[in-house]
Design a binder for this molecule. Structure first.
Ligand SMILES: *Cc1c(COP(=O)(O)O)cnc(C)c1O
Length: 434
């Protein structure tokens, strides 16, 4: 039972014998930054502890779900109680209704939703529903947005709008992505051109409203306004992938922020994951009743799941949502995130290092660059060498940022003012060293 002798390097070597690359999701392998991934033994509050007993202030939060920090007492209790009553039934439960009611009460654009087990599954199902409901095949996505690993969404831009995309993964036949158009984020001219060429065939436009899979890039208000106008005009559905931003950037999710800026704004379909499961495998997609009723068993669009609405996962998600809807939660979270980002930028300024950053609620991003990137090419043009050196120096100092410059960061309710100031102090030291 002794863990003293275990090292991250030893575990990584052992893992690589039985698991491809030693990891069950590629980003965990640290390939972008190099070095040995930390094998996590346990986590409490704002901290994770690795196999060697080293403690880190955690700014990944399981890539977003841990908005309350790790092991929040109310959530832990709900999960234990649910587990006592059984792990899975394959039959409906009252808690699924409660969770659906809770989510719908916070996201007025949705009248119904369906629960699934991962963001990938939710985005893939939303896509099928959009195609089924419109009777159209073409879809539009944006370079740098990630919507999970369904075949039709693993696509990079072709050489022109007429040529459509190319698969970004082996094993995805070109025919499977022949209806997927990949456009530049925040580029109004491209989306107008796409609709003028193919408007009557476009089933949906899928977007991360604040793109967290290319660090942190907001869709501009004119761009979002244009997307909404074009979708409405051409009868396409606007699908918000809020797997990351959902209940993370605001209680009403990113769509509530755009609704404040664009009168009457709502998406047609929304996809959630991460926070709504509180760290358990749970995700959802939803929209207007007329669209959602196209799903089986009512309608012709098939979708199903053995573990969908799992009783332990729904208990975890429900307990999490009940905490975050308490008054003042997002004000406190947002203030902490602001202190962190302001602190990082201040430290960089003092060290004479060009850095820019942005944040919303408990989500943030920073870039080694002079200007906030507005699209994927601009993100990958930021200083990668500097980012990687900073990442490793911070990790060494006990601060765990995302191990790639194209990932967002997350602050939880468990991060204390001391955690934030210790992080900023570490950043000042690491940035000065260069
Ligand atoms: C994480 C993420 C997904 C995929 O969710 P999984 O649960 O990892 O399958 C989809 N869309 C966005 C925006 C995400 O951040």
């Amino acid at each position: 039972m002794s863990t003293e002798s275990k090292t991250n390097a030893g575990l990584f070597a052992r893992a690589q014998k039985v698991i491809p690359g030693g990891v069950n999701s590629p980003v965990r392998a640290f390939r972008a930054v190099g070095g040995t991934p930390r094998f996590i033994a346990r986590a409490h509050g704002a901290y994770m502890v690795d196999a060697e007993g080293k403690r880190y202030i955690d700014y990944i939060g399981s890539w977003g779900p841990m908005i309350l920090g790790h092991g929040h007492p109310a959530v832990l209790e709900a999960v234990k109680k649910a587990a006592d009553d059984g792990f899975s039934f394959g039959a409906p439960t009252e808690r699924e209704i409660e969770l659906a009611e809770e989510i719908l009460s916070l996201v007025p654009s949705m009248e119904q939703l369906r629960l699934v087990s991962s963001g990938t599954e939710a985005a893939m199902s939303a896509l099928r529903l959009a195609r089924g409901a419109t009777g159209r095949s073409y879809i539009v996505k944006f370079e740098g947005c990630y919507h999970g690993h369904a075949d039709a969404l693993l696509v990079k831009a072709g050489s022109g709008l007429a040529t459509f995309g190319h698969p970004t993964s082996a094993g995805v036949p070109p025919e499977v992505v022949q209806h997927t158009m990949v456009l530049e984020y925040n580029n109004l001219a491209q989306i107008e051109e796409a609709f003028s060429l193919h408007g009557k065939d476009i089933a949906c436009v899928m977007i991360e409203p604040i793109a967290g899979n290319m660090n942190f890039v907001r869709a501009s208000v004119p761009f979002m306004t244009k997307l909404r106008e074009l979708c409405t005009k051409h009868g396409a559905l606007l699908v918000f992938d809020e797997v990351m931003t959902g209940f993370r950037v605001a209680l009403g999710s990113a769509q509530s922020l755009y609704a404040k800026l664009i009168p009457g704004f709502t998406p047609d379909l929304s996809v959630f994951g991460k926070v709504i499961g509180g760290g358990m495998p749970l995700a959802a997609f939803g929209g207007k009743r007329a669209v959602m009723e196209q799903l089986a068993p009512l309608g012709p669009v098939y979708q199903a799941g053995t573990l969908s609405g799992n009783p332990v996962a729904t208990a975890c998600g429900l307990a999490t949502l009940r905490e975050i809807r308490k008054p003042g939660f997002y004000e406190a979270l947002g203030a902490k995130t602001k202190t962190l980002v302001d602190g990082l930028l201040g430290a960089a300024r003092e060290a004479g290092v060009p850095m820019v950053g942005d944040r919303e609620g408990g989500m943030f991003g920073f870039f080694f660059a002079d200007q906030l990137p507005q699209n994927y090419p601009a993100v990958i043009a930021t200083d990668k060498e500097r980012f990687n050196a900073f990442f490793h120096a911070m990790l060494e100092s006990g601060v765990y940022f995302a191990p790639a410059l194209y990932e967002a960061g997350f602050v939880s309710a468990a991060h204390s003012a001391d955690d934030i100031s210790a992080t900023v102090a570490a950043a000042a030291r690491c940035l000065r060293k260069r």
